[in-house]
Design a protein around this ligand. Sequence first.
Ligand SMILES: [Zn+2]
Length: 121
Amino acid sequence: MIRTQKVMVRLDDGDWLCLPVHRHHSFGSDTYLAKSHALFCPSCQTVWAILKFVDDTEVWPVAQFCENCDPKASVLYSPWYPVPGSLLVEEGWGVIDESLLAVLPEQFLKREFNLHLKAYS
Ligand SMILES: [Zn+2]
């Protein structure tokens, strides 16, 4: 099923960039249903992104580091944390929300590319 999801990212100046995407409501070869998420950084303790299907009544918090914080400074550091600032929420061992990646607008796709380059360089 195709649904509309608002993808919102807090910018450095405090404003929010919000772009809608139309996407499958499932991922992992339709094994899992995508949920609405608020991405909360455990280091700076802010919600830095919201991924909300427009007709969902619940938004689930997910602890994920923002692009400005270093997960390696965390007392609970794990090398398996997702790339800081990435919108691609890990839904389980080795499962990311690839159906979101497939429809990200160019502006967010470039952002993901740059964040991944930074994390692995
Ligand atoms: Zn942070």
